[in-house]
Design a protein. Structure first.
Length: 420
């Protein structure tokens, strides 16, 4: 084989492999999705689904999930499964609220991160040093975090005005920013309910109206994570521990050190998500306020194929559906039935193009049921409204499962010296 042919063989994608989407194609997909949502809004009359308030609510609900997912990404890229994200978020809510009440919200944010780091460090000791099963360790941390915070609340908050054994007193808020002029103009444009233009105005308006400074910090952590893990020598070494720790060790990488760093950072990010819940989202610590967001963050990370951008999309999807439930309830979720039915019709044509006839038939049948449900009813039952975010998460994960690729050594036991 000539040199040119050999080079071409290395560069060409494997048969049946997936090609990366170019920026114009990604922008075209985003524009098509926005046009589809706008059409559904016009047909259903549910004008709130792309309003400024809806987008603001979705962003606030997505941030703690995204931070938990980002924490899971750091740990699993180093080869450690972190089921304990929920417990680390719980620690973040308590420590964040306790310090925030005494010394101000930004000190609370710092202590929330430290609380999550403690949970991450404990998980690292158990899994990396002692080699305990990652799932068992994570579940144990989740249980331990609930017990520890309940015990501490009896001493820290009980007897203080506004506090009890299950909640903290009110915490001072973190400043919010609004771009004057632009926010009002976008709000006015959104309220005109024009096709596509008003929807775009609503989305942009939600990003420049009453946004917490901590939200801005959380959003910046997504590209920062991508740059650190994929554009620095440190990130390359860390990811090598999740792909092949034995090979990494033979090249002089201290695998234990990088796993410890990754899992501790993972806990800190989850703790930051917990602090966001207590300080920004509610302004108060309440027992059980994480509500399973650590697990949902883990699902968002899997949906995003262990990549920061995809994880952010998964968190945004859950935050969007959760905000629909809170703001418009049955009407907004009812409109989503129409959107889902149309998306399934598109999926039918795509599956027929790929000659997946069984999947196409199933998608067509489900689409027909959703169309029937939508046109024969005016709203959906309250039980379905409450379950809509979780159902959406499960559907998206099931549809995207075929393209997922986890780090090869994720969750695989490793003992120091195996590479020698």
């Amino acid at each position: 084989m000539s040199t040119s042919k050999a080079t071409a063989a290395r560069v060409a994608p494997a048969k049946g492999g997936r090609r990366k989407l170019s920026l114009p194609v990604i922008l075209l997909i985003i524009a098509g999705a926005l046009a589809l949502v706008s059409m559904v809004r016009l047909i259903s009359g549910a004008n709130d689904i792309t309003s400024v308030g809806q987008v603001r609510g979705a962003l606030a609900l997505a941030v703690p999930i995204g931070l938990a997912g980002l924490g899971g990404l750091w740990a699993e890229r180093a080869g450690v499964v972190n089921i304990g994200l929920e417990g680390m978020m719980v620690l973040g809510t308590w420590f964040g609220a306790w310090a925030g009440f005494h010394w101000g919200p930004w000190v609370g944010v710092l202590f929330g991160i430290l609380g999550g780091c403690l949970g991450g460090l404990l998980h690292a000791v158990i899994t990396v040093t002692f080699g305990v099963n990652h799932i068992v360790s994570g579940v144990a941390i989740n249980i331990l975090a609930v017990g520890v915070t309940r015990y501490l609340s009896n001493f820290a908050f009980d007897g203080i005005q506004g506090g009890s054994s299950k909640q903290s007193p009110r915490i001072d808020p973190i400043d919010r920013i609004t771009i004057p002029g632009l926010a009002d103009w976008l709000q006015d444009l959104q309220q005109r309910h024009w096709f596509l233009i008003s929807d775009l105005a609503g989305i942009l308006g939600g990003l420049v109206t009453g946004v917490s400074l901590l939200t801005v910090v959380a959003l910046l952590l997504i590209p920062a994570t991508w740059w650190i893990l994929w554009r620095t020598p440190f990130g390359l070494r860390l990811r090598s521990c999740g792909e092949s720790p034995v090979a990494a060790e033979t090249l002089g990488v201290n695998v234990y050190k990088y796993k410890y760093i990754a899992v501790t950072i993972s806990g800190g990010l989850a703790g930051l998500g917990g602090a966001f819940l207590a300080i920004v989202a509610t302004g108060i610590y309440q027992e059980g306020q994480t509500g399973g967001r650590g697990y949902i963050g883990l699902a968002a990370m899997i949906f995003g194929n262990w990549m920061p951008g995809g994880m952010a999309l998964g968190a945004g999807l859950f935050g969007f559906t959760d905000s629909l439930k809170l703001r418009g309830g049955a009407e907004n979720v009812h409109a989503m039935l129409l959107l889902l039915a149309i998306l399934l019709v598109i999926a039918v044509f795509w599956q027929l193009y790929r000659k997946k006839y069984v999947a196409a038939v199933i998608s067509a049948a489900v689409s027909a049921l959703l169309f029937t449900w939508y046109f024969l009813t005016d709203q959906v039952p309250s039980q379905f409204v409450d379950a809509a975010p979780y159902v959406t998460t499960l559907l998206v994960l099931s549809l995207s499962a075929q393209r997922l690729r986890m780090p090869k050594a994720d969750g695989v036991p490793y003992r120091k010296g195996e590479g020698k």
